[in-house]
Unconditional design. Structure first.
Length: 311
């Protein structure tokens, strides 16, 4: 295993600090040969474009739209006051250094994605200030029966050149719906078609039923999602998903399993914080599956008050 550098980055992950201190070159540029599209949260389609502001021209879009299934956005998920409560809450707690210039606060079990091993670790549930967010999830049809088992605050700042490299969240333990609540400043999730079908435990997806249908209804058929690996002849554009502050984003289906997502450094114009929520895959929700999963589900019902220890 690589040892992290003092900034928190390891191996090919970099931020502005280690690029300067170690003279490392930042990553591969995006392949934009097949065009760029920006998703419109009002039309639920994507139009030719790049900038987050482009969706404000709705309904006067230019160019031909493409379908982009697997995205649900509520632009007004949080009120101004609710956003303030969350910002004050995260800022009252300590941050840990993460990779690519990010900082994080992680509340959830310990997962070894390679060995597929799950442990409770020091998971005690979630900070109380954020309890209302999970309650509000139930107002949304696409989040029916969503049981949070991991909540992670992530912080990006332009000073650190923060970003997140293209990836798909693990498919052995994390369920279909990946939920993000956006705070402080607007950003964009950049989607590129996945060309690494053997990674991310994507082979697990065929072993459990999908939670949602393509249209975001609850899937009662028991069918699994069929992951569609990149074919040689395929030409997929880059698709950009707006993540304005106070909005909720749910990724599922094709957007979750067939596309990698990333946050480009250039899209972090101001400090941005998000809260990322994850659920278990269906096998871990089944009664009696594994004792540890039961324990985690129980802990995940708890919310605690954070008290700063004065030094
Ligand atoms: O910052 C974001 O919105 C994305 C974070 C993400 O993809 C992750 O934590 O897996
Ligand atoms: Fe992710």
């Amino acid at each position: 295993m690589d040892k992290p550098r003092p900034c928190g980055c390891k191996g090919c992950r970099t931020c502005l600090i280690c690029e300067k201190d170690y003279g490392i070159q930042k990553q591969i540029p995006l392949d934009m040969e097949n065009g760029m599209y920006i998703y419109c949260p009002f039309c639920n389609k994507a139009y030719p474009g790049w900038n987050i502001e482009d969706y404000n021209s709705h309904p006067n879009h230019s160019g031909d739209a493409i379908e982009y299934p697997g995205i649900y956005i509520d632009l007004n998920f949080l009120s101004d006051d609710e956003e303030k409560v969350l910002i004050n809450g995260v800022d009252s707690m300590p941050w840990d250094l993460s990779q690519s210039g990010r900082r994080k606060q992680n509340f959830g079990p310990k997962c070894n994605f390679k060995k597929k091993k799950l442990r409770l670790g020091d998971f005690q549930g979630f900070p109380r200030f954020s309890e209302f967010v999970q309650k509000k999830f139930s107002d949304h049809r696409v989040l029916k029966n969503f049981q949070t088992i991991e909540q992670c605050s992530l912080e990006y700042t332009p000073e650190r050149g923060a970003s997140i490299d293209p990836h798909i969240d693990d498919c052995w333990i994390w369920g279909e719906r990946i939920v993000t609540v956006n705070l402080i400043s607007d950003s964009v999730l950049t989607m590129t078609y996945n060309d690494k079908p053997k990674r991310y435990n994507l082979d697990c997806v065929s072993k459990y039923p999908s939670v949602l249908t393509e249209t975001g209804d609850i899937n009662n058929s028991g069918h699994s999602y069929t992951v569609k690996p990149l074919m040689n002849s395929d030409k997929h554009p880059v698709v950009r998903i707006p993540m304005p502050k106070k909005s909720l984003l749910v990724m599922f289906g094709a957007a979750r399993y067939d596309w990698e997502h990333q946050i480009l450094r250039d899209d972090v114009k101001e400090r941005r914080v998000c809260l990322a929520y994850r659920e278990f895959t269906p096998p871990y929700l089944v009664e009696g599956k594994e004792d540890v999963a039961k324990q985690i589900l129980l802990k995940a019902q708890e919310f605690w008050d954070y008290k700063r220890v004065e030094m």
